[in-house]
Design a protein. Structure first.
Length: 174
């Protein structure tokens, strides 16, 4: 007795290389056996962070050589559980001279190491340390970075350090 086994896309797709599709693979049950038959569906190992996805598995075209055999459940789903992670790393300027006039930009790079399906946003904020906004040491810069989800994607954050001349604050001696 034989049946044909096939897969079809659900949220998991062969086009996105989530799994290797199977079309009409013949599964044979030998006479007198009650042993279950297995079909292996190859899942593609990647590093893309994504939701768990499903594909469909189905049986069709039973050939029982005239015996009274019918197909029961014809379709099931297989779930590909995501096991990947991504990290955003902050690098860049940590120490620069403040300069003599205007503002000195301190630039930080936020870099995504692995792909993330659908992209995501990261909120950022600047916080006082020994430099404070109250003393006009730097310009507060809070915002959000929108990552499209591509591996190696880099977003920049600029924090302007303000230069206040001590000479401007001094009064002439008399």
């Amino acid at each position: 007795m034989t049946v044909q086994f096939s897969t079809s896309d659900g949220t998991a797709t062969t086009g996105d290389n989530d799994y290797t599709g199977i079309m009409n693979q013949l599964v044979t049950f030998r006479p007198g056996t009650t042993t279950a038959q297995s079909v292996n569906v190859t899942i593609t190992n990647d590093n893309k962070v994504e939701n768990s996805e499903i594909y469909n598995a189905s049986l069709k075209f039973l050939n029982a050589s005239g015996r009274n055999v019918t197909l029961g459940t014809l379709q099931r789903t297989g779930t590909i559980t995501n096991d990947d992670a991504a990290t955003v790393t902050l690098t860049g300027t940590q120490s620069l001279p403040e300069g003599n006039s205007g503002n000195t930009p301190f630039v930080f790079n936020a870099t995504l190491n692995n792909p993330v399906q659908g992209g995501f946003n990261v909120a950022y904020t600047t916080n006082d340390g020994t430099a404070t906004t109250a003393n006009n040491d730097y310009v507060d810069n809070d915002g959000s970075l929108a990552f499209t989800g591509n591996a190696g994607e880099v977003k920049m954050i600029t924090v302007n350090v303000m230069v206040i001349s001590i000479l401007k604050q001094m009064k002439p001696l008399r």
